[in-house]
Design a protein around this ligand. Sequence first.
Ligand code: UGA
Length: 438
Amino acid sequence: MKKITVIGTGYVGLVSGSGLADFGNYVTCVDMNGKRIKSLSSGHIPFFEPGLTEIVERNMAADRLYFSTDVIGAILEADVIFIAVWTPMDSDGSADLSAIKDVSKTIGENIKSYTLIATKSTVPIGTGEIINSIISEHAPQSTIFDVVSNPEFLREGSAVRDFLFPDRVIIGTDSDQAIEIMREIYRPLFLNETPFIFTDIPTAETIKYASNAFLAVKVSYINELANLCDATGADIHVVARAMGLDGRISPKFLHPGPGFGGSCFPKDTRALIHSAETEGVELKVVKAAADANEVQIDVIIKKLEQLTGNSLNDERVAVLGLAFKANTDDIRESRAVVMVDYLLSREAEVAVYDPAAMSNMKQLYPDLDYAESVESAVRGASAVLVMTDWNEFRGMDLAHIGELMDKKVIVDAKNLLSREQLAENGFAFEGVGRPYNG
Ligand code: UGA
């Protein structure tokens, strides 16, 4: 079994590290953040991700998963090093590679025998080449390492499952030795016939961005079509379902809403546009998807303004859902946060509730009214906004919600609620692309 070191214990590093340990490898996850490593070593996961605690505990108990701050020691003992550090967005939309470059230098300065270096972080096309040249510059001999691009396709909220049962695994390298090693560490997937794509590094790097950007295009497409349905009286859910029955289209990622958020789509679409521009290529479709996403929230705001007669000043407005999607506590680029900013700018009294993301939100906005339940958030509210597709919101008792509210106004930005029940209970309401015809 291979000894693997994963550098970076963020979302990608932690899920990949514990998943690789579950495949039977010996994995050390390293991070310079001593506090984080200490709490991980005692089994505490620093963010909400279903199933992650279990897989970490299981592999720690089996002595296959360790946590350490000793980056150099972990580099020295590794057969394979996965780079899973952060690549934040720079002010010009490009990806900031400084952490990747620092790690590459440290690896180059410390490897002593053949080591495989695999990139898990989402990086611009051409980064594999940069990593290669930094390590070569610092390594004792250029022959003792290979670089592989092995992008991840993990969705927050189902990342553990996505790692253990992926649709495909991408291995980008020009080394046969590296291919053999990657096959070995992913052996259980190889045996269960998960599709593997072996290709070169730039192609692997492109696959990652191309996949995320395509999904972003799908979301923006269905959002714009939903806006059209609002104008024409058609029902976007029926349209999406019927479209999806065409095998070439597929029904997935055709749920309309307030726009996509999270740490990936907004950043990755911008980074792809930027890196194409530097090559003299204009990605008009991806650009349009990113631009459409910027303004989709305005559609929701307009609905709220219409239903409330545009009087939000000093009115209590309840925002249900803060996370950028259900089953995560992540509020990065969340449309709900954009909505809260808008409500504050209109001097509304903002009450919020989310099953998982409240403490992250509190760090950024300490002064909102943080309610302990849906009921306490909506009590006395003049309007409710449903911003995240948590299951808890689907089953709300609308009759009771209506009794608690001051004025019965709901904007359901994720189309979770029954239009019939909303109407029966006397609500003025709006969804996205689903006019009420009853
Ligand atoms: C995304 C990709 O789905 C993963 O394959 C990829 O590995 C990951 O980015 C990454 O690059 O690390 P994630 O950001 O966790 O995963 O979330 P998604 O489930 O893709 O959702 C992204 C956004 O699109 C969310 O705001 C979600 O609410 C929105 N969305 C998604 C819609 O509005 N409608 C849909 O039909 C689907």
